[in-house]
Design a protein around this ligand. Structure first.
Ligand code: UDP
Length: 406
């Protein structure tokens, strides 16, 4: 596991000194993170890397995962879709399932930390069990809130307003609320197995493992198999390109334990891909970080054609590898990609296909986009900046209005 000092060659010593100084102000305080899955998706990804570094900074960071059955996760997935603006019904019975599982989880995770840091909607009902005179509480929203279905939003708002603060990933997601709102972007860890430098041999061996030809262009999207990531749209764009240009398409991803829709999406993807030996649909197990890293690095172009997106960690991961990225202009993606400067923003299957052709035909322009993207991630989206902002947030909960001297 990495140490804070390992990041000095990347971000410089001042950034690490700041983290240590802020951590010292929080020494002995317990930060209890609570979410709904230990593996799969961006939240688990960030917590896995961040908890040990927070602990090294002197903060007693913990991580608990709530338990739920299939019914609960079907309800929370429907909520997730509705919050992303998808019209789904949310019945009285669904509400009861949601509330009951949250009530049961009070005994499972026992909200006891000095600061209780709840991630996303699934465990949000635990806020009812928090004694606000003894604990501070923060709700961390990782999803795209630009256009939620009104009834789900109202339901959730009742919980959000019981926290001391709510954290959003992008300005577009903030909403009228009676509690303090804080903007903190997510981040990637440059030293994680998923992002560390790899040798050519390592990259080639992963290509060989899946039968990919590293000598021909590879276009890749890494994502959970989820409709909102539009994997079928990706295949359609690829087919438009393939009529003119030789290339291979990789759609790689796994599921998350809190996402029951994955299998159905995977079936649709396999149907759409059937019969084309240059489409590689790879269902990856949870511990596939080195494979994902190698697939991103082997790619000529990386796509993220989401219909909705929280932040889109996969975009930051690809940019960090200096890859030209073509991504939808949704959620937090425009924070990461400035069109034609640090990547390409698109709005349709046709637009995605157009830009894949352009970038495969113009490798120098594509390389410049990737290089600019890497600089942008270095300046804004690495884990060290994220840790610093969380520490400042935690401090501000106890000392509203105080100036904190480093
Ligand atoms: N990821 C992974 N395995 C997979 C699919 C995705 O490890 O099979 C990772 C991906 O590399 C990224 C995170 O999960 O780090 C996904 O975060 P993102 O913000 O892109 O989307 P989310 O899944 O949270 O909607």
């Amino acid at each position: 596991m990495q140490k804070l000092e390992d990041y000095i060659p990347i971000v410089g010593p001042e950034r690490i000194d700041e983290i240590r100084a802020l951590g010292a102000h929080l020494s002995g305080r317990t930060i209890q993170n609570i979410n709904s899955t230990a593996v799969g998706g961006g939240v688990a990804e960030i917590l896995t890397r961040m908890i040990p570094l927070l602990r090294e900074a002197g903060v007693d960071a913990r991580w608990d995962v709530i338990r739920g059955d299939n019914r609960f996760f079907a309800v929370t997935k429907a909520m997730h879709n509705a919050l992303h603006g998808v019209p789904v019904s949310f019945t009285e019975e669904d509400r009861e399932v949601f509330l009951e599982v949250n009530r049961q989880n009070v005994d499972v995770v026992q909200p006891w930390g000095d600061i209780i840091f709840i991630h996303d909607p699934q465990p949000i009902g635990l806020v009812r069990a928090i004694d606000r005179s003894r604990h501070r509480s923060v709700w961390r929203c990782h999803i795209d809130f630009a256009n939620p279905m009104p009834d789900i939003w109202e339901f959730l708002k009742g919980f959000i307003e019981s926290f001391d603060a709510a954290v959003f990933s992008a300005p577009a997601f903030s909403r009228p609320l009676s509690v303090r709102q804080v903007l903190i972007s997510p981040s990637i860890d440059p030293l994680a197995e998923k992002n560390r430098d790899l040798t050519k041999e390592e990259i080639h061996s992963v290509c060989a493992q899946f039968g990919l030809d590293p000598g021909r262009p590879i276009v890749t999207q890494i994502s959970r198999f989820d409709y909102l990531k539009d994997p079928v749209g990706v295949i359609k764009a690829y087919k438009m390109v393939k009529a003119h240009l030789d290339c291979q398409l990789v759609l790689a991803g796994g599921g998350a334990t809190d996402d029951p829709e994955g299998q159905k999406v995977l079936d649709d993807v396999r149907n759409e891909a059937a019969g084309d030996p240059d489409i590689f649909v790879l269902f990856l197990p949870p511990a596939s970080d080195r494979i994902i890293n190698a697939l991103q690095r082997a790619s000529s172009v990386v796509l993220q054609k989401s219909l909705k997106e929280g932040f889109g960690l996969t975009v930051a991961e690809a940019l960090w590898k200096a890859k030209p990225v073509i991504a939808s202009a949704v959620g937090g993606i425009p924070l990461q990609v400035t069109h034609k400067y640090s990547g390409i923003l698109t709005h349709s299957i046709e637009g995605t296909a157009f830009w894949i052709k352009q970038l495969l035909n113009e490798p120098t322009f594509a390389a410049t986009l990737g290089q600019n993207g890497r600089e942008h991630v270095l300046a804004n989206f690495l884990i060290t900046r994220h840790i610093k902002e969380y520490l400042l947030l935690f401090l501000s909960l106890d000392r509203p209005g105080d100036v904190i001297r480093l």
